[in-house]
Ligand binder design. Sequence first.
Ligand code: ASP
Length: 344
Amino acid sequence: MQKERQILLIYTGGTVGMVVDPETDSLVPFDFKNVSEHVPEIKKFDFLVDSISFNPLIDSSDMSPLIWSKLAGVIEDNYLKYDGFVILHGTDTMAYSASALSFMLQNLGKPVVFTGSQLPLGMLRTDGKENIITALEIAAAQNNIHQPLVPEVSIFFQDKLFRGNRTKKDSSEQFSAFRSANYPPLAEAGIYLKYNYSVINNSTNQGPFTVMKKMDSNVAILKLFPGISREVVCSIFNIAGLKAVVLETYGSGNAPTAKWFLDEVKEAIARGIIILNVSQCMGGSVEMGRYETGVYLLNHGVVSGYDITTESAVTKLMFLLANCKSTEEIKSSLNKSLQGEINL
Ligand code: ASP
């Protein structure tokens, strides 16, 4: 007889797990041990759901590499016991956390589905219930030889399942709060849950599951804008201990051609700082050879981010800085898709 599937629901904090306190009328987190009181549908599944809660719970604006390590550790400790994981997380930094975990969880062979909600579970029109129910269903979904359908880190929200490291929060109000402009949804939820098998990462020649918890956060984001001053650029490139910069450029990876700007870039690269070119556009890719304004960057040693999101770029750099032995190794890994985060 087939063993009963078991899913672990991990509540980290955020809007989703809140209810109205009748005494104060304000929103407060509820005890997740009683999750089925708020989502009684959980009892109807033909698989078991256990839940654990972070202590303290955090608004995802307080998310940090340390908490990602803790989260990765929870999955590591429970990996053999459970068939899949659902992580309830605030929406604000969910795309960063999903990207970070996609790099930390090496050779992942089970689903890790992030979800949350725009309205708390304790409110009448909540989107949290549907999101939790569908995320659990996806985490437990297996084919007829009991292999998981989506063995990667993903984000489910409203009606779409996206690859975690391809996703961005793009609305603070809509129920469909996330978007993945450069990669198609892994699944869509309507009357049926339709899996887009051809785009799901199902690589079979994997080594053993391992968790790499170290991250190095000596990273900065420099977003260009017309009128940006030398002082701003110079002060970011000269932050003590800085090792890498995500340079948010225009369009297909273009930047000012002013001599002072290129001198600052050149000087920073000469000091060993890695500069990764990521487009400010929601969709499309960096192509530094396309315009003269990009060619300069390429010639000065700026690395292409291809079609990576800023969330994924920041966490990929943190991961590589902590785990690679040399700048060359980091640069060569930036030119590779490690977890499906870029199209080359
Ligand atoms: N500020 C909240 C958070 O990210 C918002 C949410 O949960 O959607 O934790």
